[in-house]
Write a protein that binds this ligand. Structure first.
Ligand SMILES: Cc1ncc(COP(=O)(O)O)c(C=O)c1O
Length: 445
């Protein structure tokens, strides 16, 4: 099956690159191709699935597979794929080679550490380095409270399972929110309360009512560049949320996954308004470095350190030592700071282009959130328009966007939102992409 599958995939790629199949054209049916290539139907389906994952082709239910764009058309912006759906960082900007260098050095420098199990909460040298770096973000905490995690998702997930000093058990979260967090909540079957997030943020009076009426253990909030809305709280809003948490004995789980990218130097994290431990702070290296490294950091209150270390040990013993060591070298050398400066400018530019394009093209029946520097923004479609339908229509126009339905808990679900990420879209394609989306919304109206 392995070889046959490779042969089938290569044959389809050959036909595409030689122009036998043109962009927008239907590919041979699974049955036809399996008989032509003398392989099983499953082999062809697997090859098509793989090419779909690479966004070379797309499928239309009951119609078959279609070619998105071929290699010959890659420079033609009218037919080039514009991918607003990928949540990964811009690969052309990622410091892959620099990090490779740090990994090589780390294998040498941290050799001894590799021959035994290490500390669940991370290498001391890295924790100290992170404690220093976090000060740039107004997060002041001793290294003993700074924990290295295998991606910030691990900290979010583990914290949901731990008993908290307030003895409460309901998780409150913005709606919509980061889909991996939704997965954690639903797969662990926890009690949840949602609060609607709009282009004006959340209703603080409603938040107070929730804190007052419900046994809220923690409020999960993405305080800057929220996923998916792109919303950034003002300092005043952050301060008020922290005050409410103090008043009602609620913990805040502040996911500052892209805090590094904030150009507003006066913007504080919620952590800065209560560094004593009421606010648990997490940050990710996935969007600013490489998601495959699975590196994140959590700043915990002292009272949770012991139980968190046990949960982390049970989950994966510790985060791999070489990646930790490489991060320490990368941070300490100053490469990280230089890299972040460049990224900030890049995302700021993309954000400005996106916002201008929204203002110019989006029909009045639709509304957008976000569009600051950062990854994400959403479009709210007219009430009766299902995001799923728009997503499929846009595929035919070589534009990929994400249906935001799975970014809601079932009880708060809205099916008329799409999420856009500008990270992988070339600057010159942002306006064209938004124009196509706007036209498509108008057509469907
Ligand atoms: C809100 C939010 N938090 C965290 C992350 C990253 O998580 P991790 O560090 O586990 O890759 C993402 C990634 O998309 C995100 O959107």
């Amino acid at each position: 099956m392995g070889n046959k599958y490779e042969e089938a995939r290569k044959e389809i790629e050959r036909r595409i690159s030689e122009g036998v199949i043109q962009p927008g054209e239907r590919l041979p049916s699974v049955r036809k191709l399996s008989s032509e290539l003398q392989c099983s139907i499953n082999t062809v389906i697997k090859a098509y699935d793989q090419l779909e994952k690479q966004h070379m082709i797309y499928s239309v239910p009951k119609s078959g597979y279609f070619l998105v764009g071929s290699h010959q058309t890659i420079n033609n912006s009218q037919t080039e794929l514009i991918d607003f759906s990928s949540a990964g960082p811009d690969r052309s900007r990622m410091p892959y080679r620099d990090y490779q260098h740090c990994m090589n050095q780390a294998i040498e420098w941290y050799k001894e550490e590799m021959f035994h199990y290490s500390e669940p909460l991370g290498l001391d040298v890295l924790r100290r380095q992170l404690s220093k770096q976090l000060q740039d973000l107004q997060v002041f905490a001793p290294s003993e409270r700074v924990c290295v995690v295998s991606g910030s998702q691990q900290a979010l997930d583990l914290l949901l399972t731990l008993p908290f000093p307030n003895g409460k058990d309901v998780i409150c979260t913005e709606q919509p929110t980061h889909p991996s967090f939704i997965q954690s909540l639903t797969s662990r079957g926890l009690k949840v309360r949602g609060i609607e997030m709009t282009n004006k943020g959340i209703d603080l009076e409603q938040l107070e009512r929730i804190f007052h009426e419900t046994e809220v253990k923690l409020f999960y909030t993405v305080s800057r560049f929220q996923n998916p809305t792109g919303y950034c709280y003002t300092n005043l809003e952050k301060q008020k949320i922290v005050e409410l948490a103090q008043k009602y004995d609620v913990y805040i789980l502040e996911d500052d996954y892209m805090g590094d990218l904030d150009m507003k130097r006066k913007a504080d994290p919620m952590f800065a308004y209560d560094p004593s431990g009421r606010v648990i702070y997490t940050k990710s290296f996935s969007k600013v470095l490489l998601p495959g490294l699975r590196l994140g950091v959590a700043v915990l209150p002292e009272v949770l350190l012991d139980s968190f270390a046990k949960a982390k040990f049970a989950a994966d013993v510790h985060t791999p030592v070489v990646t930790q060591g490489a991060l320490e070298i990368y941070l300490q050398s100053g490469m990280y700071k230089a890299h972040i400066q460049k990224l900030r400018r890049q995302y700021k530019r993309k954000g400005t282009l996106l916002k201008q394009a929204y203002q110019k093209h989006l029909p009045k029946e639709a509304a957008f959130t976000g569009g600051e520097s950062g990854f994400y923004s959403t479009i709210e479609l007219p009430k009766r328009m299902k995001a799923r339908r728009l997503v499929n229509h846009l595929k035919h126009k070589n534009v990929l966007v994400q249906d935001a339905t799975n970014m809601y808990l079932p009880a708060y679900r809205k099916e008329n939102r799409i999420r856009l990420s500008v990270s992988q879209v070339k600057d010159q394609n942002i306006e064209l992409g938004i124009k196509k989306i706007s036209e498509c919304i108008s057509e469907l109206l």
